[in-house]
Ligand binder design. Structure first.
Ligand code: SF4
Length: 179
C-alpha cells in the first residue's frame, strides 16, 4: 500500500446535482438532501452531474418518462411526445467516459428519475405503468462501472447503511491509491 496519501484525499463521488441543491429539475427546483449536502460533504469530493440539464433541456421543462421495453426504454416528453433517447444515450456514453478519467469511487443517484433512478417506472404506449427499469444515465453508468458503489439517495438515510456504503467508497479510493 502507498503511504498515507489516501487519508489526506477525500474519495471522489459522483452525484445527481439536484441532490446538492442545484436548481436543475424539470420544475425549476432542486432536491437538496441534507445528509448528502451537509454531512457527507466533509467526507467526499462531489462530482455533480445532471444529464437532463447537460444535454440542453430547459429549466423548467416538460417532464419526460420512460416508455416501451424494459431492456431498451425510450425517453419521451410527457406532453409533446418528443423522443430524447438518442441524444441522451450519446451524452451518457461520453459523460461516463469522462467520469472514468476522473477516477470516481462511488455514485449517488436521485431515485425515480427517468435519467438518474435505478428503479424507475416504464410505461406502455398508452401511458400505463408496465414495470420498472433503470434510468438511461443510471443504466449506462452501471454498465461502465459494474463494481462501483452506486446507490440512490433514499438508501443513505439510514446511518448504518450510509456507513456501509462509505466503507465501500473508502475501500475503492484506497485500492486506487495503492495501484
Ligand atoms: S434527477 Fe438527475 S436528471 Fe433529474 S434533475 Fe436531478 S440530476 Fe438532473
Amino acid at each position: 500500500m502507498a503511504d498515507g496519501n489516501y487519508l489526506m484525499t477525500r474519495p471522489r463521488v459522483g452525484i445527481s446535482s439536484c441532490l446538492l441543491g442545484e436548481e436543475v429539475r424539470y420544475d425549476g427546483g432542486h432536491k437538496r438532501n441534507p445528509v448528502l449536502a451537509d454531512i457527507l460533504s466533509d467526507q467526499v469530493e462531489w462530482v455533480p452531474v445532471c444529464p437532463e440539464f447537460e444535454i440542453g433541456m430547459d429549466v423548467p421543462r416538460e417532464p419526460v418518462r420512460l416508455v416501451g421495453e424494459r431492456s431498451a426504454p425510450r425517453m419521451i416528453g410527457e406532453e409533446s411526445g418528443r423522443d430524447w433517447t438518442g441524444k441522451m444515450e450519446l451524452f451518457c456514453a461520453d459523460r461516463v467516459e469522462a467520469l472514468s478519467k476522473l477516477e470516481i469511487h462511488g455514485f449517488v443517484l436521485k431515485s425515480r428519475s427517468p435519467s438518474c433512478g435505478l428503479k424507475v417506472p416504464v410505461h406502455d404506449d398508452e401511458g400505463v405503468e408496465a414495470g420498472e427499469t433503470s434510468g438511461l444515465f443510471a443504466r449506462i453508468l452501471r454498465e461502465k462501472f459494474p463494481l462501483l458503489p452506486i446507490v440512490e439517495e433514499s438508501e443513505l438515510e439510514d446511518n448504518k447503511a450510509r456507513e456501509r456504503w462509505m466503507k465501500k467508497v473508502r475501500t475503492a479510493a484506497i485500492r486506487q491509491t495503492a495501484e
